[in-house]
Design a protein around this ligand. Structure first.
Ligand code: ATP
Ligand code: MG
Length: 148
């Protein structure tokens, strides 16, 4: 099942992120796909806001993973972009799907074998200027209903 939204600004994308965080069950894994600059990290910032995380969520491109513990539940933010040509196991599987929190993975295709089968995929397509198409794909129909 999938549902598509159109966002006209970074703020609107963050608002959708907040709704997603509120609708998400603990232990969920989200895969964010879309080109460089599409708005994946912006959507993560909305999720972080809903969890009352005060730290600034940045692209963890150089860290690969950052875990925020200062909110209502842990947020595990992974950016696998730097793992494109790397074959080394760095133990990310211990954190993906962290059961009391939410996991968000940017560039999931670079760590395909670590993605849980029930992960929710969210693709962002740049439609020009500040317009983005955001498509959420999941078998969890109640999550999609909660996003109305
Ligand atoms: N509707 C929109 N939704 C999200 N971001 C938008 C929108 N309109 C403009 N932007 C801008 O686009 C940029 C998105 O950057 P962001 O870091 O979120 O992209 P990203 O997909 O995480 O890129 P990367 O693959 O490099 O990590 C930001 O500068 C943001 O302000
Ligand atoms: Mg990013």
């Amino acid at each position: 099942m999938e549902k598509t939204f159109v966002s006209n600004s970074a703020e609107e994308t963050m608002e959708l992120g907040k709704k997603i965080a509120k609708a998400a069950s603990n232990g969920s894994t989200f895969c964010f796909t879309g080109d460089l600059g599409a708005g994946k990290t912006t959507l993560v910032r909305g999720i972080a806001q809903a969890l009352n995380i005060k730290s600034v969520v940045q692209s963890p491109t150089f860290n690969i993973m950052k875990i925020y513990f200062d909110g209502s539940k842990p947020l595990i933010h992974i950016d696998a972009y730097r793992l494109a040509d790397v074959d080394t196991d760095i133990g990310l599987d211990e954190y993906i799907g962290y059961e009391t929190g939410l996991t968000v993975i940017e560039w999931p295709d670079f760590i395909k074998n670590l993605i849980p089968s029930n992960a929710i995929t969210i693709n962002i397509t740049n439609l020009g200027d500040t317009k983005r198409q955001i498509t959420i794909q999941t078998e969890d129909t109640s999550l999609l209903e909660d996003l109305n």
